[in-house]
Structures are given as structure tokens and as C-alpha cells.
Design a protein. Structure first.
Length: 262
């Protein structure tokens, strides 16, 4: 099973790029973030023609997450539990093919830090910790993929000294990311590679893409069962070089899940 994550920075603005990539790579499941449209405006029919079921939690102009699946889906949950007043569309979760629980998440950026936005980021991560801990209890593979807006270490940012006080790199942010690892989750890319300075995001400004001034902020966190099934991880840089590209590029994992069912 191939599962990809991609912050597309507006699904309608990048639709041609997305469909071209899906046609070429044919992942079984795609976790999308920052779709930037309301649920009813999501171009579901386009993905249906490509063989995908669309699960969407949208929001006008901002945020928004989705799961595309070529396999049967069930037990859909929209919204990160723990705060009924939070209406930001940043989390959607589902079972895929009765074999794996996946979530597409768009963690808050948190800048400027400190400040209200950073407080929201940390509180959101505390809620994610609780949900991630609960999901470990289902006893089946769990894949939490998306734009975490966290550079876990200095190896994941092109200029650590410039980013030390940014919300993506501050100690409090990194500590909460590590807390997920301490639960038993693994950073899929780091399971397969210790190579530093492999990035998933390059800003549109200051020539970041041609200079390779990037950040690794798009991650898969895997439960122990999912880690055991992991076969490969790929950061596919090609879409970032396309015309009208998102500032993020896809990350894709391949898994060899067994015959157990949820």
C-alpha cells in the first residue's frame, strides 16, 4: 500500500499538477493539506474519475484537509478531538481497507512566537498527543501524515541559526514532536535515512527553491505496527519544480500490511 502526504497550497489552484502526479505515481491513499476551499467546493468529481474516493473537511480560503483513497474507507472522523470550539479544518481521520488507520493533519504554523498563535499551536499539539496515544490502543497500524510545521532537528532546516526562534524550530515545538516519538511513534523518513538536509518545503521568496534553502516539515509518524510494515520512504522533489507548484512537495511511503482487519 502506497500512502502519500502533500500540502498542495490550494487544491483548485494546483489541480493540474495534482492530477498529473496522481496519474504518474498512482498512490493508493493521498493525505492532502491546505486545500483552501469549503467542503462543497472540493473538486471531488476530478478525483472520482481517477479512481479515488474523497473525504474532505474544508474551510473557506484557509486550512482544509482531505483523504483520497483508491481503497475502501470507513470510520471517518473530521476534527481533532479535545476542543469542540475549534472549527479550524486541520484534521481528518479514517480507516483504509480495514487494515490501517490514517490521519491527514495540518498542524498550526504558530508564528509569531511567542503569542496567541503559538499558544494555539502548542495546545493543538497537546491534543494531538492525546489522540495519538488513544489510537495506539486500537492495536492496528496507525499512520499520522501531513504538514506538521515542525523541523524536528537542526538537520531538517537549511540555516538553523536563522530559524532558532521560529515557531517551527523553537524548543517547545520540538519537545512536543519528541513526545509523540516517546509514545512509540517513529518518524518514517528517519527510519529509512539519516541523511541531513533533505527538505519537503521551499518558500516562494528569496530564491529558496533553486538555492535548496528548504525545511523538512512534512512527516509521517508511524505506530509500531506501521513501522514494522514500512518498506520505503520517498521525498519526491519533482512537483516542486513544476510551473505553478505548491511550496511543498509530496512524501510517499510504501507499506506491506498483512491480512489483519480493523
Amino acid at each position: 500500500m502506497k500512502i502519500a502526504t502533500w500540502n498542495v497550497n490550494s487544491v483548485r489552484a494546483r489541480l493540474d499538477n495534482i492530477t498529473a502526479w496522481l496519474t504518474e505515481r498512482v498512490p493508493d491513499v493521498v493525505l492532502l493539506q491546505e486545500i483552501k476551499c469549503q467542503t462543497e467546493d472540493f473538486p471531488e468529481h476530478v478525483f472520482t474519475e481517477l479512481g479515488y474516493t474523497s473525504l474532505v473537511w474544508g474551510q473557506k480560503a484557509y486550512n482544509g484537509v482531505a483523504i483520497l483513497s483508491r481503497l475502501p474507507v470507513s470510520h471517518v472522523c473530521s476534527g481533532l478531538p479535545g476542543d469542540d470550539a475549534d472549527q479550524q479544518a486541520r484534521y481528518i481521520e479514517a480507516d483504509i481497507n480495514g487494515k490501517v488507520r490514517v490521519a491527514s493533519l495540518y498542524l498550526p504554523n504558530g508564528n509569531p512566537a511567542p503569542g496567541d498563535k503559538y499558544t494555539y499551536k502548542l495546545e493543538w499539539m497537546d491534543r494531538l498527543y492525546k489522540r495519538a496515544k488513544t489510537l495506539l490502543g486500537i492495536g492496528f497500524p496507525v499512520v499520522l501524515g501531513g504538514d506538521y510545521n515542525i523541523c524536528p532537528t537542526d538537520d531538517d532546516v537549511y540555516a538553523p541559526e536563522k530559524w532558532a526562534e521560529d515557531a517551527l524550530c523553537r524548543p517547545e515545538s520540538r519537545a512536543r514532536f519528541r513526545s509523540l516519538l516517546h509514545l512509540g511513534y517513529r518518524d518514517a523518513f528517519r527510519v529509512m535515512s539519516r541523511e541531513p538536509h533533505r527538505y519537503t518545503f521551499w518558500d516562494y521568496q528569496a530564491g529558496a527553491w533553486p538555492k535548496d534553502h528548504g525545511l523538512r516539515i512534512d512527516h509521517f509518524l508511524l505506530s509500531p505496527q506501521a513501522t514494522d510494515a514500512l518498506l520505503s520512504v520517498e521525498i519526491d522533489r519533482a512537483p516542486r519544480g513544476c510551473e505553478k507548484a505548491s511550496d511543498h512537495t509530496p512524501v510517499m511511503c510504501a507499506f506491506g500490511f498483512g491480512n489483519h482487519e480493523l
